[in-house]
Ligand binder design. Structure first.
Ligand SMILES: NC(=O)C1=CN([C@@H]2O[C@H](COP(=O)(O)OP(=O)(O)OC[C@H]3O[C@@H](n4cnc5c(N)ncnc54)[C@H](OP(=O)(O)O)[C@@H]3O)[C@@H](O)[C@H]2O)C=CC1
Ligand SMILES: C[C@H]1O[C@H](OP(=O)(O)OP(=O)(O)OC[C@H]2O[C@@H](n3cnc4c(=O)[nH]c(N)nc43)[C@H](O)[C@@H]2O)[C@@H](O)[C@@H](O)C1=O
Length: 362
């Protein structure tokens, strides 16, 4: 990528997209473009066609998606498969028709089997059944990997796929029903602390409620009051968390240093990679790269860490009526480390930074 290349970041205001924009600008890229959801609905095939024909970006980071936590995935199953397939189909196909030099597709580690050997290597994709709670989303993400791979093999494009672990950071989603665990627990435990300290005004402001009664009623739905905070599930699942700005740095690093022909392995035993045109009649596999820290923590330990950082003195309790989901999904990051990239923000430091950012927003 040249510093003046036109780079389109789809989802540029999201958790990852906003971090990618900041990382690109910090690295001296001067021509980074984005469109808000209201400016360009990526579900609209004609609107996406028009955008690409007008803007003709050189590079694309596909960081727009329908994203959510375990309950959102399990509840809005049709939305997760339809919207993600539609967004990625529109962007990948228009990138091909409009000569985009290189595209990065963002998948997720939920593409791996529910009972995958740990840590999860790229080659474990499609080796057994998926976790049911996020299967629609995972199928869409697997389709995205296969779409990039197939366009590369048939049309000689250069589209690479990355599979990030759970991410967190500024501009995360803090909606208590639809968000991921880490932002949800920060908000739940933060509000519990405020209630415990009698700071009702701050609770009303945080939740944009009409009154403290409305705020308390809303929090009670999620098992939160001044003395107790509900944690979903058993607390036993293990999760890995990567700071969003590290994620963005890895994405830009890979976009600068890895092409499709560098990422895949051909049929069993083949010991060299080859160009897409040379690959005919060979099985192309592992065309994606995991991005993570390679370190995981139990949900119980995560909740206790957040409780300590927030300074909440009340009780955490576990509601096993809520789903645990996959019990462990630790990424094998040896491929990424082998390329010379490592994360820099550890979980405790990241939670402290995120909580500081969260408090500055209110
Ligand atoms: N967060 C995580 O833990 C993980 C995320 N990922 C992947 O990383 C990528 C980015 O995720 P993340 O940043 O967390 O998600 P966010 O929800 O924070 O950002 C997604 C962005 O996409 C936009 N968007 C969604 N639908 C449309 C649409 N129809 N038209 C236009 N824009 C749209 C959203 O805009 P708006 O909000 O206005 O609708 C938002 O800006 C996704 O591909 C996700 O699957 C992978 C693993 C973990
Ligand atoms: C990134 C990843 O994210 C999702 O998978 P997930 O990691 O299972 O999602 P999660 O972050 O919502 O939950 C992690 C664990 O945490 C527990 N948990 C406790 N208390 C709360 C809580 O209050 N909120 C939430 N959301 N979870 C909670 C929860 O019960 C579960 O055991 C999918 O989108 C998947 O497709 C995907 O890609």
């Amino acid at each position: 990528m040249q510093k003046n290349s036109k780079i389109y970041v789809a989802g540029h205001r999201g958790l990852v997209g906003s971090a990618i924009v900041n990382n690109l600008k910090a690295k001296g890229y001067t021509n980074v473009i984005g469109r808000t959801h209201s400016e360009l609905d990526l579900l609209d095939q004609n609107a996406v066609k028009e955008f690409f024909e007008t803007e003709k970006p050189d590079y694309v980071f596909l960081a727009a998606a329908k994203v959510g936590g375990i309950v959102a995935n399990n509840t809005y199953r049709a939305d997760f498969i339809y919207e993600n397939l539609q967004i990625q189909n529109n962007i990948i196909h228009q990138s091909y028709l409009n000569g985009v030099k290189k595209l990065m597709f963002l998948g997720s580690t939920c593409i791996y089997p529910k009972n995958c050997p740990q840590p999860m290597k790229e080659e474990y994709l499609l080796t057994s059944e998926l976790e049911y709670t996020n299967e629609p989303y995972a199928i869409a993400k697997i389709a995205g990997i296969k779409m990039c791979e197939s366009y590369n093999l048939q049309y000689g494009t250069n589209y690479i796929s990355v599979m990030p672990t759970n991410l967190y950071g500024p501009n995360d989603n803090f909606d208590l029903e639809k968000s991921h665990v880490l932002p949800a627990l920060i908000r739940k435990i933060h509000c519990a602390k405020l209630l415990n300290e009698g700071k009702e005004e701050e609770v009303v402001k945080d939740l944009k409620a009409e009154s403290i009664d409305e705020a308390k009623e809303y929090l009670a739905k999620f098992g939160v009051d001044g003395n107790r905070v509900e944690i979903w599930g058993s607390g036993k699942p293990m999760r890995e968390f990567l700071w969003s700005e590290d994620m963005a740095d890895a994405c830009v690093f890979l976009m600068e240093n890895r092409d499709f022909k560098d990422t895949y392995s051909v049929s069993e035993g083949a010991n060299t990679t080859c160009t897409p045109t040379e690959v005919k009649n060979q099985e192309v596999r592992n065309t994606h790269i995991n991005i993570g820290t390679g370190v995981d923590i139990s949900i119980k330990e995560l909740a206790e860490t957040i409780k300590g950082i927030v300074g909440f003195k009340g009780e955490l309790y576990f509601n096993t009526d809520k789903p645990d989901g996959t019990m462990k999904k630790l990424t094998d990051v040896s491929k990424l480390h082998g390329l010379g990239w490592q994360h820099s923000i550890g979980l405790t430091e990241g939670i402290e930074k995120m909580y500081q950012w969260y408090k500055e927003q209110s």
